[in-house]
Design a protein. Sequence first.
Length: 510
Amino acid sequence: MSQVPFSPPWFVRKDLDGFFGLMIDNLIQLILIVTLCRELIHLPDSYIFGRILPGAAISILVGNIFYAWQARQLARATGREDVTALPYGINTVSLFAFVFFIMLPIVQETRDPVWAWKIGLVACFLNGVIEILCAFIAESVRRVTPRAALLSALAGIAIAFISMDFTFKIFAQPLVAMVPMAIIFVAYFSHQKFPLGLPGGMVAIAVGTLLGWLLGTITEKPWNSTYGLAIPVFTGGPLWEALSHPGFLNYFSVILPMGIFNVIGSLQNIESAEAAGDRYRTFPSLMANGIGSVVAAFFGSVFPTTIYIGHPGWKRLGARSGYSALNGLFISFLCLTGTIQSVLGLIPLEAGIGILLYIGIIIVAQAFQETPREHAPAVALGIVPALAAWGLLMETGVRAAGKSLFEIGLAPFVQNLAIHGMIALERGFIFTSMIFAAIGVALIERQFITAAAWSLVAAFLSAIGIIHAYNLTPAGVVSRFGLLAAPEFLVSYLLLALLFLAAAAYAKKR
């Protein structure tokens, strides 16, 4: 008798638990997108709700359906019912990086939020292309670059631009935000279960929303929102317009490392899934991730997607493949019907930012936890450039006072602050962070030749202006590209390379 092929169920009851957790995570990203694009980028609602969110919906739907299908295929191949799909959604780190380091500087320079959106399309598109290309060489990239170098750069962004920023927002509205923050900590630090098995994130948002309404911090009425089908629009024209303009090259020092981070992060999450018992093939998983970001850019979203951390957690909850498909369908419904506007009117931002503070903390903690203990000094060293980048946000405060650094000049700051060094360290800080941490790891391991090689990489990037080179203009601090853009740093890094080579020769002699 022929054997009947195993067919796992599309949905199990525990998929609801996974759905609520993943849906809340994705919902927070949508709230952030709307809030940041409105308040910082000043992008018209027609672009936010008519371009970005529909594009994000398409990418999230395509990715979640693929990973649900992939989980079912693995279940069929192994004859197991306990296979859990890889979690997937908008990349939180890229979201902040693209807003703060690409779109916001463009708006400050040009006062044109639509142009910032177009350059954002390029960033999202190239991020996806990098992921697709790296799918062929991902394992080699991971072997060459120390984990501490990758994670410390992420940790720097997390502590400076996620944790600190949202901590300030929490303490600006303590009556609404502190209790939800504490609920998140109880749920995820203490691993305390809530009544009826409710997800901690869901409880935190519910309590924060209730406090927001009781204390009168919510002014927008969700029932007054307008609804309507937001059909995704092909945005290849604006994308090509921005790609044809050399201005996007000013932000390649953000785009390239963020694409590499996304690839490495996805690789780590695939490995995490394998450790939990679900062995997914690397190539199709990364390829689908990259295609999702390219699709997002083609339909108006400026935010790439990624495989999320947390697969073992969803697996412990009992979620299978249905939670992923449900998430894609629900998030798409919110974005494509205008219902997201009611959600934004119902839920105050303070109700959910405790989750984001937690995410930032976890990213920083993992940079130390998931690297060898002896590499901790290298991780700490890699965080420093991001702190310099955060410190340069004082330029925003100067602009709020109706001035600019160009008008004031750098001289008033020199006595109390080495501002030239701060700006130099801020330019291309993501690359600098990786290089510092990589050099630190090499020195800790007494691999002096490797440290010299990383120094030569820094010398090359300094020579062409990717790192350290800047000009102070009426529009603010901008990168200076060209041959010998930062000669003093070129020479400095060459001297470091010679020093490390001398150390290698001395060590070999002894």
